[in-house]
Design a protein around this ligand. Structure first.
Ligand code: PAF
Length: 314
């Protein structure tokens, strides 16, 4: 994996880094809620010459997260899974209070994998002792569009909490799901700009059999919405095919996405866009050799589903 921010070419092969090898069963897993204890545990792991991997999550763990953890385990020999519903990345009208929380269920799922050393599950008071932060980490430009445009301050909150988690856990490598492609690329840029010595690895989206991307928010869907939801991934696959077949005009591809989504769902489109990976700015004409992200977000009732396709333009 290239330790540098590659501004122009990031081939799909760079996004997914897998080392083969038998997984190592752990005798016992610790649950740590205090920052100081977490710092001590990672200091000891480093002193023991262990390579630390961090999988940051907000809990409500599903198969998508478990896949991240399995991949993480192959990259290092000391695995930390953080479970923290971060208030600074939710807007005032968003689902922070309703966000599903079940640490016992998360613990059971992670424990069953048998490869995690620590679940780091601090409470809000531990992470934000006076209720908030006066310092925030924003990655300019990369947060202007897509989820950054529809969720004010969301990525500022993500950048801040991820930086805090990195400072506490000191991971050599951290793993993020590519379903949140904007988050993944933004964090790569963040560690590059701030010289944080942590490698960022992206793991491809885990999908249901009908193509729907796994998400903690899928449980909000009604039966009918769940039936319609696979159209997100179907529409993105058609865009991928059109690009392979030579379409280069972003405007036409976006129109295709919108027509497909609005004809097959009662969902409300939040955004459909095609951006370049280097700065997440919209592209007008796709250039051969560049990697672009076709991204969509659709509201089904209160549930906002996102999906994307990362495409190397032939
Ligand atoms: O992707 C998430 O679950 C969150 O945004 C993250 C990275 C754990 C930060 O709170």
């Amino acid at each position: 994996v290239k330790p540098v921010w590659n501004m122009h070419v990031l081939s799909p092969a760079d996004l997914h880094f897998v080392v083969s090898g038998a997984s190592i069963q752990k005798a016992s897993m610790q649950i740590i809620s205090s920052l100081e204890e977490m710092r001590t545990a990672s200091r000891c792991a480093h002193a023991d010459s262990k390579r630390i991997v961090l999988v940051p999550t907000m809990g409500a763990l599903h198969e998508g997260h478990l896949e991240l953890i399995r991949e993480a385990r192959k990259l290092a020999d000391y695995t930390i899974v953080s479970v923290f519903v971060n208030p600074t990345q939710f807007g005032p009208t968003e689902d922070f209070n309703a966000y599903p929380r079940d640490l016992e269920d998360d613990r059971r799922r992670v424990d069953a994998l048998g490869c995690v050393d620590v679940i780091f599950a601090p409470d809000v008071g531990e992470m934000y002792p006076d209720g908030t932060s006066m310092t925030f980490v924003s990655v300019e430009k990369m947060a202007e569009h897509l989820c950054g445009a529809s969720r004010e301050n969301h990525f500022r909150g993500v950048g801040t909490v991820v930086t805090k988690l990195f400072n506490i856990c000191r991971p050599d490598v951290a793993v993020f799901g590519l379903k949140d492609a904007q988050q993944y690329f933004l964090i790569r840029r963040l560690v590059f700009d701030l010289n944080i010595p942590t490698e960022i690895i992206g793991v491809p989206t885990v999908r249901e059999e009908d193509g729907l991307a796994r998400s903690s928010r899928n449980k909000y869907l009604t039966k009918e919405e769940r039936r319609q939801a696979p159209v997100l991934s179907e529409a993105l696959s058609s865009v991928r095919t059109e690009i392979q077949n030579g379409e280069r005009l972003s405007r036409r591809l976006i129109q295709m996405l919108r027509t497909r989504l609005s004809s097959a769902t009662l969902g409300r489109i939040d955004y459909t866009d095609i951006v370049q990976t280097k700065d997440f700015q919209p592209v007008e004409i796709l250039e051969s050799g560049e990697t672009v992200v076709a991204a969509i977000a659709v509201y089904f009732g209160n549930a906002r589903l996102i999906d994307n396709a990362i495409i190397l333009v032939p």
